[in-house]
Design a protein around this ligand. Sequence first.
Ligand code: PMP
Length: 482
Amino acid sequence: MAPAKDLTHFLSEESKRRQPSPLKTAFKYFGQPDLIFLGGGLPLSDYFPFNKITVESPAPPFENGIGYAPKEGEAITKTEVLKQKIEDFDVPLSRSLQYGHTGGQPEFLKFVKEHTELFHKPPYDDWDVLATVGNTQAWDAVLRTFCNEGDSILVEQYTFPSSMEAAKSQAVKFIPIPVDAEGILPEKLDEQLAKLEKSQLPKLLYTIPTGHNPTGSSLNKERKQAIYKLSQKYDFLIIEDEPYYFLQMETYTPDASKRDNAPKGKEEFVNALEPSFLSMDVDGRVLRLDSLSKVLAPGTRIGWIVGQPALLMKFFRLHEVSIQNPCGFSSSIVTGLLSRWGNDGYLNWLMGLRAEYTIKRDVAIDAIAASFPKEIIEYVPPVAGMFFTVFIDAARHPKFSTEFDSDPLKVENAIFESSMKKGALMIPGSWFEIAHSFPEKALSNEVDSKIFFRGTYAAVPLDQLKLGLERFGSALKEEFGL
Ligand code: PMP
């Protein structure tokens, strides 16, 4: 395999200005035998009032499901991390709670590298990983590392608002890409890019390829390959924001008696996952943002970026003077747990997640099928993630051309208010829509009468999920006089 291409021409002015902090360079000598280190403001770990952390977790293979709380005497995984190192794979508290290791603790990075090799096999030589505080922070770091004010970025037409707020604060320009139920349409992306002037060409594509937030769509391999080719043709980076990658599910089968949710073998599980952009990245132009938020817990605040070393080094420089490193407790606990489970046990956990989310998705889609008015809605059962969308033809509203001035957004608002009165909240699609920064270059100005609402099956128990959807369906029926 070849090494990554030199893509340092993408770096922002801010990033180019970043130099190693001279003090931080001295830290590499810390711990060297025969050297008395009088160089840094490191408190002695003897004074850390944390001698031992013990965490009890469920144990692989999670036969009773991942939500099962083990009873007294049943198998558990006990993670015990001490101040000084005992197990090879543990991050001792004397180190994790100390300054240093900006790129992440070596034991954590080792686990993550093995995991990345297992699932993505990046096809270039020198790929590496760097710890983050989760994808929110990683995306902010991406913006700072590559974007100057006025640079353009490609985003899906509807996308995660918090990522866009971060981008707006950096004064970047947005080029929204048309999507359908399976995500980005590569041919539309090509058309869009062909229309841009050189100065408007994007530096990067921000995409949520799996279990998209908000649309629930997932990009398949063929589309990803076509998009990757475009990234080479027009020269831009691909940032894959992938918190939902392991929430890929079985496909939805409307007939409940024909559903096959029986556990699959490990190989079958791995092979059923959609290949990532990283897995096709021969140039080193993909930065994959991975997070444990949706697979372990959001409050772990730990994740990682996979990418080429020259670009990761710029993240390292930024982290040195901002986050420093992920939280020490989290580094020790998460690494301790994952190492005890091993990549094999972690695979069992991920398989358990797939089974749980398949059930939740099925309950949500069954409830939509049973209680939403079929005449005016469309939906595609998601194959990954936490979200589903229901498209509604606003033009079918009896007041569309009269009271609502043929404005789909007025219908959206009316549905939102009616469903709130009934006690069900789904998010209006327009809240996620991205305005084109070069409107004259937009593909079409046609007003579509389709609107959508986003819901999630992740956040509530199944009975609440069903009830909420029944309420929303009844609000729709009343609004549309059906
Ligand atoms: N990216 C997307 C697309 C998300 O939906 C979310 C969570 N809602 C995040 C990032 C946040 O991830 P993290 O907790 O890793 O910061």
